[in-house]
Design a protein around this ligand. Structure first.
Ligand code: UDP
Length: 327
């Protein structure tokens, strides 16, 4: 299939591109490299451009005779979204709606969207099923939910189909450690804890120790980035016109911030200094997926079914790339 991957040089995008290429798809990556990395994708696949430049994308859709779009390009930092909602609505919603409409106008009938468990806000029942009430508690979740609604309306009205994948916490790196996670500045827990274990940070701050969870710290469902990438490919294969599906993508198990720190200490063999800090605005106490739907309908399952195996791949990446893509 001829696939345009928007934001394909980013963390989850690049791992998906790698798998798409292995499966023989004709992939065009479009990325402005603001958060993505040139070295994360094969040079001959990359078109450097900005989602704001919708005519550039339109041109690519036509010249490359694109059949499907996978859309990763987004700002995805919960705390930042609370402080700077304007940037989030502009990037994640306005530009994404432009992209969606160019798909419609160019007759591109398949769209895979990076959604998030943040659409559930503070869920009443955990593990979370897709039908759980959607009530985000931060701007990031609101922008993603709004776009899901646009997708549903488009699929109802036009010859268009989609899959929206509600990611839980993406983590880990490719098994061969050729690509991995690199954000500047890093805000995600697992790379931060690994950097502290490597002595690249003085300590890890634990954001809140008074949550209603077994050890007082937030619980998340960490999902290996390659399992997440595989979910995109399975979902894409199943898209049919005038239909849409949403899927939770997580392993169905939760780990606390302290579990992550302990696991990184075990895997790296190094002590991680910690500092208790206030809660981060916009963080629900516990987010765990019920992934039964994607297992049942797409035959997906997590190859990395526990935190330790995920952290091991992250550690291999950080060990071999101490400066990420900067080296
Ligand atoms: N977290 C933390 N210290 C950090 C970074 C994150 O305690 O330096 C916590 C954060 O509050 C959340 C969990 O770790 O409960 C995962 O955060 P991350 O930013 O990795 O992912 P998110 O859940 O925001 O998608």
């Amino acid at each position: 299939m001829r696939i345009l991957v928007i934001g394909g040089a980013g963390y989850i995008g690049s791992h998906t591109v790698k798998q798409l290429l292995t499966r023989g798809h004709d992939v065009t990556v479009f990325d402005n490299l603001s958060l993505g990395h040139r070295r994360a994708v094969p040079a001959e696949r990359l078109v450097v451009g900005d989602l704001r430049d919708i005519d550039h994308i339109d041109q690519l859709m036509v010249t490359s005779r694109i059949e499907a779009v996978i859309h990763f390009a987004a700002l995805a930092n919960v705390g930042e979204s609370v402080k700077e909602p304007a940037r989030y609505y502009t990037n994640n919603l306005i530009y994404s709606l432009n992209l969606l409409d160019r798909c419609r106008r160019n007759g591109i009938g398949k769209f895979v969207f990076s959604s998030t468990c943040a659409v559930y806000g503070t869920p009443a029942v955990v593990p979370i099923v897709e039908s759980e009430k959607k009530s985000p508690i931060n701007a990031y979740g609101n922008t993603k939910l709004a776009f899901e609604m646009a997708l549903a309306d488009y699929a109802a009205a036009y010859p268009f189909g989609y899959a929206a994948l509600r990611y839980f916490n993406a983590a880990g790196a490719a098994a061969d450690a050729t690509i991995g996670e690199h954000h500047e500045p890093e805000s995600h827990l697992i790379p931060i804890v690994i950097q502290a274990a490597m002595g690249k940070r003085p300590h890890v701050e634990i954001f809140g120790n008074d949550y209603p969870t077994p050890d007082g710290t937030c619980v998340r469902d960490y999902i290996h980035v390659d399992d997440l990438a595989a979910a995109h490919i399975l979902a894409l294969d199943k898209i049919t016109p005038k239909s849409g599906q949403v899927y939770n993508v997580g392993i169905g198990r939760g780990y606390s911030v302290r579990d992550v720190i302990r696991t990184v200490e075990e895997v790296t063999g190094s002590k991680v200094p910690v500092k208790e800090a206030p809660r981060r605005v916009g963080d629900p106490a516990e987010l765990i997926a019920n992934p039964d739907k994607i297992k049942r309908e797409l035959g997906w399952s997590a190859k990395y079914a526990d935190l330790r195996s995920i952290v091991e791949t992250a550690w291999n990446w950080h060990k071999s790339h101490p400066n990420g893509y900067g080296e």
